[in-house]
Design a protein around this ligand. Structure first.
Ligand code: SF4
Ligand code: SF4
Length: 719
């Protein structure tokens, strides 16, 4: 009788569990379908995308960025599908405690695999649960990567896995005690050890099997009932999220921004023909995200890796990329049932709560009932640390930028300081609003002629040197420009510049969300470059380097673009530049985000310093992939930083822990931001007076051309 009752109860749980889970999946899919279409490139090539998915899921390639957590998670992950066999077996055991799975019931490999995976899975999940306690917000507050996560769901999932795995061993122990266990001791030692202490009780075995089935099917019911349970659902959604990620080659969504697409989702938006009522000018409502965006939000595991690396979050700003994703997810799932039924704000007789939910602005203050606070949206530096860290390939920057685009182009709502930037870009083609001919001022101090393109690139020119607005107009950055020009000249590289014909690449406008101004500037530059016959470009600014190389192809500008650190490292390697003068200094190198994380150029700047005699380098704690932003990206250079600690100050504080004589970098914006913070530190007596921030090209020039070092020393002394 007991077995019949248990059999009926567990079967009912299975039926309801399967039905609810199927309903959950269908609701999730219907929610995604509310989103806009995606670019066609996201669906292929199938083989490449499948390989990436398998590597990332089975190989845990992204999880292993935190090795022991990655290994522990791998065991928990594989225990899940493997233990499906034991769940199937339990459905027989509740009816008949002597039940075994057909065919494999006495296969030692099966017995061993389950024993091993269950044991390692148990150790792993207990380890992860303990880690959550140690690194959790109760101990570490805002510094915890689990701050902002929903904790009960994590505890529930962890408790479920522990209970399931323990139940497996207990059932096996009963079978050993009942002398009904076909596997040898060497393959199943834990089960045999338990069998030695458990009674040979058939009803007890059936009860434990029933318990195991009830918690298992309840797990699926809870998943369906609490659809926003990130830590529960990611095991099903992550493979799809990885498969459909932006980069078919498998990289994270870094580098260039994706262009704005028209309403079909397949064609880039043409501003001449676009209709803001029809075409998406960014994202103003949660259903304006693409279905992949909604899948992103559904897949977040709430692990907080993004948050722990975010410079905004780490300096006390309200932006947490994790919380942003979770808030968008919760809002999407709250709104979806009404949208699926076609309910709108205009529907007659709708309840006030529904009306206010449907009318909630996506971006707005608390008083406005906004889901994402404007301070959250505008704190992002586009540094890419979140995207780089995310184990399930969520594309935070794209979503932030889509919301910015709507705020800027439709709502005209953005930090007022950026107005000047936009005006200057539109009227003068540079962020400072300086006259075009000032772009050539830096050449006056050189003792050789730099060819300036008039119409066509001069015969025999190897590289077009893209100077960039900062490099041409900002005093500190101009030193880098001169150093690069001198080094190229000394190495015999034939190069030319566009001079007054060069305009801003449009990066600050694009990262602000003003796509229209970006397109205007970019089209103008592409036209100039194409008419001049440019094929190879060396850029000194990583933002220009990124835009020219990764974004201009979207507008018909296909060039072979290198960063100056890459070209200079190559010239040293080829013996065309020989560093001779020792520089006896401790130097720490700051990775610019748009050179490092966005474009994976980590080695060349370090190689240059390695080749200079005398330099001792010391890495900051956060470097290379985990480098920490200077605070200038995402058009933040042109906005006030009013909340929390300044990001550049945080970075310089970290640099100071290496006790450097010099901080080096390879980006004019980093140079300015770090230089400003260093000057503040000097004024406060917290940094030595001689500390300076220089570009690696300046270091190289000092060593290659000793008189350059002497004149810089002289200049420093005078300063
Ligand atoms: S891009 Fe950088 S600043 Fe923006 S959310 Fe991600 S980590 Fe934070
Ligand atoms: S967005 Fe990615 S990194 Fe951030 S919490 Fe979610 S899963 Fe983790």
């Amino acid at each position: 009788m007991l077995y019949i009752v248990l059999g009926i109860i567990t079967t009912l749980f299975a039926v309801v569990g399967v039905a609810m889970f199927a309903f959950g999946i269908s609701r999730m899919v219907r929610t995604m379908r509310l989103g806009r279409p995606v670019e066609s490139e996201r669906t292929g090539p199938f083989g490449r995308r499948l390989t990436t998915t398998l590597l990332e899921v089975l190989g845990h390639t992204r999880m292993l960025k935190r090795p022991w957590v990655g290994v522990a998670h791998w065991f928990v992950m594989v225990s899940f599908p493997l233990l499906v066999f034991t769940v199937a077996e339990a459905h027989g055991e509740v009816w008949d405690p002597h039940f075994h799975l057909p065919l494999i019931h006495d296969w030692t490999v099966y017995g061993l695999a389950i024993e091993l995976i269950a044991a390692l899975g148990l150790i792993a999940i207990v380890g992860l649960a303990l880690y959550r306690q140690i690194a959790g917000p109760r101990r570490r507050g805002r510094d915890s990567r689990f701050a902002n996560s929903v904790h009960w769901t994590a505890y529930y999932v962890e408790a479920y896995i522990v209970a399931l795995l323990v139940a497996i061993f207990v059932i096996r122990g009963f079978k050993v005690a009942m002398a009904d266990f076909p596997f040898p001791v060497w393959a199943t030692p834990i089960s045999h050890a338990l069998g030695a202490v458990l009674p040979a009780s058939e009803p007890a075995l059936a009860l434990v099997a029933a318990f195991k089935l009830i918690i298992s099917w309840m797990f699926f019911m809870v998943l369906a009932a609490v659809l926003t349970m990130g830590i529960g659902w990611h095991r099903f959604t992550a493979p799809f999220n990885i498969y459909f990620k932006r980069d078919p080659e498998g990289g994270p969504a870094l580098g260039g921004l994706k262009p704005m697409m028209d309403k079909s989702g397949t064609k880039p938006l043409d501003f001449e023909e676009a209709d803001p009522d029809e075409d998406p000018f960014g994202v103003g409502k949660v259903e304006d995200f693409t279905w992949k965006g909604l899948l992103d939000f559904s897949t977040c595991t709430e692990c907080g890796r993004c948050q722990s690396q975010c410079p905004a979050w780490n300096t006390g700003k309200p932006l947490s990329p994790k919380k942003l994703v979770m808030d968008l997810r919760d809002h999407a799932y709250a709104k979806a049932p009404y949208l699926m039924q076609g309910v709108t704000e205009e529907t007659p007789d709708i309840h006030d709560d529904v009306l206010s939910l449907l009318g909630q602005p996506l971006v707005g203050t608390e008083e406005e009932g906004g889901i994402i606070h404007p301070d959250v949206l505008w704190s992002c530096t586009n540094c890419g640390a979140c995207v780089e860290q995310c184990p399930v390939d969520i594309e935070h920057i794209d979503h932030i930028m889509d919301m910015r685009r709507y705020q800027v182009m439709i709502e005209s709502s953005f930090p007022s300081e950026a107005n000047t930037l936009l005006k200057n870009l539109e009227n003068k083609g540079n962020p400072w609003g300086m006259a075009e001919d000032r772009r050539m001022d830096w050449m006056a101090e050189l003792d050789f002629e730099v060819p300036v393109v008039e119409d066509r690139l001069p015969e025999g020119t190897e590289y077009l040197f893209w100077v960039g607005c900062a490099g041409a107009l900002e005093d500190r950055a101009k030193k880098t420009t001169k150093a690069i020009a001198e080094l190229l000249h000394m190495a015999g590289v034939k190069f030319a510049v566009l001079g007054g014909m060069e305009a801003c690449t449009g990066d600050p406008a694009r990262r602000l969300g003003m796509e229209y101004v970006f397109q205007m500037l970019a089209q103008q530059n592409v036209e100039t470059l194409n008419e001049a016959g440019v094929t190879k470009i060396v850029a000194s600014c990583p933002h220009c380097f990124n835009t020219l190389g990764n974004e201009y192809p979207q507008l018909g500008g296909e060039y072979d673009v290198v960063h100056h650190s890459q070209l200079l490292a190559q010239l040293v390697d080829e013996g065309r530049l020989t560093p001779v003068q020792p520089i006896e200094e401790n130097i720490t190198y700051h990775d610019p985000c748009f050179l490092g994380r966005h474009n994976k150029v980590y080695t060349p700047p370090r190689e240059i310093m390695e080749q200079v005699p005398g330099i001792t380098t010391k890495e900051m704690h956060r470097h290379k992939e985990r480098g920490f932003c200077c605070g200038a990206g995402g058009a933040r250079m042109w906005m006030e930083e009013r909340i929390g600690k300044r990001i550049n100050t945080e970075r310089v504080d970290e640099a100071l822990t290496t006790d450097p004589d010099t901080v080096s970098t390879a980006c004019p914006f980093c140079q300015v931001m770090l230089g400003d913070a260093i000057n503040e530190k000097k004024s406060a007596g917290e940094a030595k007076e001689s500390l300076e921030v220089v570009d690696v090209s300046q270091l190289l020039l000092r060593s290659v051309k000793p008189d350059a070092a002497a004149s810089e020393e002289e200049h420093k002394e005078k300063a």
